[in-house]
Design a binder for this molecule. Structure first.
Ligand code: GLU
Length: 485
């Protein structure tokens, strides 16, 4: 069988992490089998669908590296095919027009609630005579189209994740609406379950892989496949993503869209790696850090768990750090420089590239996210205000004397006019200054860090100093520290 799978996002919001994870599983399965990964934009909810959401979804998938194999299908362009399928179901008696008004349906639901029974349509217009229908039409009533679901029907399928599934027709809420209300000589807008079946068949989808919140829809859709005489795909229902409390991850949990993760400084590599682990256990020996291509080589549904997958920030952070630490300095600066430019920062002088690459290399090992690569770079581009720890350090005995001794030697040394301060020069300059000021080297180092970065935390001191020397900032900052001390 040729594997053809699809992601069918509704462009009613930005790319959600749950949709993206579904995309990952579809993509891995397609690539594993050398099949096609297709997209269908389900834009039939005309009020809520927006082109900018379609753009966000496509952009997010492309950023994640989830390449698709054909132009996306735009569902609304196929509406006549959907109407034709409904007409076919009306003609074959699988569907009928229901004239019940909203108010009548509401009353029905109120009665069900009062008697403690589950809400369902009571199939009241299933067997109207032609005269009854005419009477409703004469009243000017509009109708929805409903698909018959027999209470006695049993529906079963073999789910790639969940195994043998069985549903009873009586649990599906009564005859299902497949077209919205419209004048009785027309077919109103086709609805989700019908449309999905028609489209999946038209696209020759072999495997429908989607979240387990669609299980009840699958039961309904199987009845539609049968009534329309369409070949069945195989189904795989993937576990939901849960929040820390074990409930379905929702907007209330804060970050849920791929764009938000991206803005927080997560890399596409780490995010797809992490999403793959949300519900899939890699085979023994593979470890947890892998590329999409590596995962595709071994991906199958036997290793997809049925239980919901709890979102684990620590693991995502760990993976993101791995990805960043694996980058060569040139690659890392290629990623960081645009973020620095967005802050309005650029390195001084002719050797800008080398300086920026050295800064990237310096910060690299301590980065968890790319945002860290901005925040930790900030004091290299913007003169920092000393924090409490730095102020305290600069207040201790000998601190100012030590920085003054450094400044004197900086001024005396030839290096002041040259942007280069070599590691050896820096080290011997420090040793001399410590002796001259009569302070321990530790005091001098801490004070220098406080004076240069306004903080006692930070990356390697000598490299930090060399960079700030090259940008002509070291003397200014040390003079300010001395003046304030
Ligand atoms: N548009 C549906 C959704 O976004 C598609 C579900 C499906 O894959 O059939 O939930």
């Amino acid at each position: 069988m040729t594997v053809r799978v699809r992601l069918a996002p509704s462009p009613t919001g930005t790319l959600h992490i749950g949709t993206a994870r579904t995309a990952v599983f579809n993509w891995l399965f397609a690539r594993h089998h050398g099949g096609d990964f297709l997209l269908r934009i389900e834009d039939t909810d005309r009020e809520r669908s927006r082109p900018e959401f379609t753009a966000d979804i496509l952009d997010g998938l492309a950023w994640l590296g989830l390449s698709w194999d054909a132009e996306p299908v735009i569902q609304s362009e196929w509406i006549e095919t959907h109407r034709a399928a409904i007409a076919q179901l009306l003609a074959s008696g699988h569907a009928y027009r229901c004239y019940a008004s909203e108010a009548e349906l509401e009353q029905m639901r109120e009665r069900q609630k009062a008697s403690g029974s589950a809400p369902r349509y009571d199939n009241r217009h299933r067997d109207l005579t032609p005269e009854q229908q005419q009477a409703f039409i004469a009243e000017g009533r509009e109708a929805v189209v409903r698909f018959r679901i027999d209470d006695g029907a049993t529906i079963g399928w073999s789910d790639l994740v969940r195994g043998e599934m069985r549903w009873s027709g009586s649990d599906l809420g009564g005859d299902m609406v497949i077209a919205r209300r419209a004048p009785a000589d027309r077919i109103g807008d086709p609805l989700y379950n019908l449309v999905v079946v028609v489209d999946d068949a038209a696209m020759a989808i072999s495997h429908v892989i989607r979240g387990e919140d669609h299980i009840a829809n699958t039961a309904k859709q199987l009845l539609l496949y049968e009534a329309l005489g369409l070949p069945l795909p195989v189904f795989a229902h993937t576990p939901l993503i849960l929040n820390q409390e074990g409930r379905k991850l929702s907007k209330r949990d804060g970050v849920t869209s791929v764009g938000e993760f991206r803005a927080m400084g997560y890399t596409a590599e780490a995010l797809v790696n992490y999403m793959t682990l949300l519900g899939w256990s890699p085979p023994e020996g593979m470890g947890e850090r892998f590329t999409l291509t590596q995962a595709a080589a071994t991906f199958d549904f036997d290793r997809v768990n049925r239980a919901g997958a709890r979102f684990d920030w620590d693991k995502l952070n760990w993976l993101n750090a791995q990805v960043l630490h694996e980058l060569a300095p040139a690659e890392l600066s290629e990623v960081l420089v645009p973020l620095w430019r967005a802050e309005g920062w650029s390195a001084p002088g002719a050797s800008r590239n080398a300086w920026e690459q050295e800064l990237a290399e310096l910060l690299g090992p301590s980065l968890t996210t790319l945002r860290d690569g901005v925040e930790q770079a900030r004091p290299f581009f913007e003169r920092p205000e000393p924090d409490a720890g730095a102020r305290q350090q600069l207040g201790i005995d000998g601190a100012i004397a030590a920085l003054t001794a450094v400044l004197e030697r900086l001024e005396a040394s030839d290096s002041t006019d040259s942007p280069d301060l070599s590691v050896e020069q820096a080290k011997s300059l420090l040793a001399e200054a410590a002796v001259a000021a009569g302070v321990k080297k530790g005091v001098l180092m801490k004070s220098l860090r406080a004076g240069l970065l306004g903080s006692l935390q930070g990356p390697d001191l000598i490299t930090t100093w060399r960079l700030l020397h090259a940008s002509g900032e070291d003397r200014t900052r040390l003079m300010l520290a001395v003046a304030q001390g």
